[in-house]
Design a protein around this ligand. Structure first.
Ligand SMILES: Cc1cc2nc3c(=O)[nH]c(=O)nc-3n(C[C@H](O)[C@H](O)[C@H](O)COP(=O)(O)OP(=O)(O)OC[C@H]3O[C@@H](n4cnc5c(N)ncnc54)[C@H](O)[C@@H]3O)c2cc1C
Length: 298
């Protein structure tokens, strides 16, 4: 289906984009890579009268590591740019995530800011970014503020961003040396969203888990986390019994929606496998093992 007619505007600067979005109000949407928004428009799921193209605003796609071991990713960085960055070389779970998103065409257009802004629980970056406790820099008519990634989404497809407010940068700390992360997804085929996904980031000290984050994607209306699951592993060794208990706790917190990708029971079974696999890969990566973690295709 074709989208409803709309006016196209190209923003040359962040300030210009924000003032145009503020002026056009609810009839306008920011357009980044268009890999979600244009699909929604074709399905008539959204019918904006104005698109403000932010994709060519200079300076918003840089990927860098700065003082204090902080990673900064511009909101307009594409999935492909992140997957081939030095950050993905240093953090294999960033590579797992970025290289597994859809297909090459979508990866070269879609942006990390758009994935966050869409508040789609099937998108991979938000799930991974929860495991890094990432913080988002957002700028709007009232200025700039930071939002923890865990607070961005209030409901499916709905963020807490104010009108005309844009995500400009994503920041998180590089984990300490004895850390490892993994991101595993299960997909029907490349150009399809995951049926389910799991991200894990952990730190081991003398084989005791001193820090742990677990997050699930495509497992409910928003990204799923569970303090109960993390508490099972925090301060304890990664024994089979502990991993089983933590897995059951986070899978219980999930609320997968049955759809063409599978029934609720099927998705819970997939999540169980993915969480255990991600903990195993993350634990082995803590010990320096080089493991190709990637999405599993049916
Ligand atoms: C067939 C198909 C398969 C896909 N498979 C996957 C997959 O496996 N995994 C996955 O993660 N994704 C998948 N995607 C989605 C894809 O990754 C999108 O690129 C991404 O979700 C949105 O990024 P975008 O830059 O295209 O955003 P757009 O489509 O341009 O925008 C999406 C929404 O975010 C808003 N927005 C854009 N930029 C910002 C910003 N900087 N600040 C605030 N709001 C903003 C827009 O206004 C819009 O509401 C798939 C898409 C398709 C079409």
């Amino acid at each position: 289906m074709y989208p409803a007619p709309f006016h196209y505007h190209r923003a040359e600067s962040l300030e210009g984009a924000i003032s145009l979005l503020a002026e056009l109000g609810d009839s306008a949407r920011a357009l980044a890579g268009g890999q979600t928004l244009l699909v929604w428009m074709k399905l008539r799921f959204d019918e904006p009268q104005h698109l403000v193209d932010v994709s060519r605003i200079p300076g918003l796609s840089e990927i860098r590591q700065q003082a204090g071991d902080e990673v900064c990713i511009g909101a307009l960085a594409t999935h492909a740019e992140i997957a081939r960055s030095a950050i993905a070389e240093a953090l294999p779970n960033v590579l797992d995530c970025g290289s597994g998103i859809a297909d090459a065409q979508i990866r070269s257009r879609g942006t990390i800011g758009g994935a966050l802004g869409s508040a789609d629980p099937s998108c991979d970056w938000p799930t991974l970014l929860h495991t890094f406790d990432a913080v988002l820099t957002c700028t709007g008519p009232e200025g700039t503020r930071t939002i923890p990634v865990s607070e961005l989404v209030e409901d499916i497809y709905t963020t807490i961003l104010k009108p005309a407010e844009l995500i400009t940068e994503i920041r998180f700390k590089i984990p300490p040396e004895n850390s490892g992360g993994a991101y595993c997804g299960f997909k029907r085929c490349a150009p399809a969203y995951p049926t389910a996904s799991a991200g894990v980031q952990l730190t081991l000290e003398d084989d005791i888990c001193s820090a742990i984050r677990i997050a699930l994607g495509s497992a409910g209306l928003t990204t799923i986390t569970s303090q109960e699951a993390e508490a099972v592993l925090q301060g304890n060794p990664l024994t089979e019994a502990n991993i089983d208990k933590a897995t059951e706790a986070i899978v219980a917190a999930a609320d997968p929606v049955p759809d063409q990708r599978g029934s609720e029971d099927f998705k819970r079974a997939v999540l169980r496998t993915l969480v255990k696999r991600a903990i195993d890969i993350a634990g082995r990566r803590c010990h320096g093992e080089i493991i190709k973690g990637h999405h599993e295709y049916v």
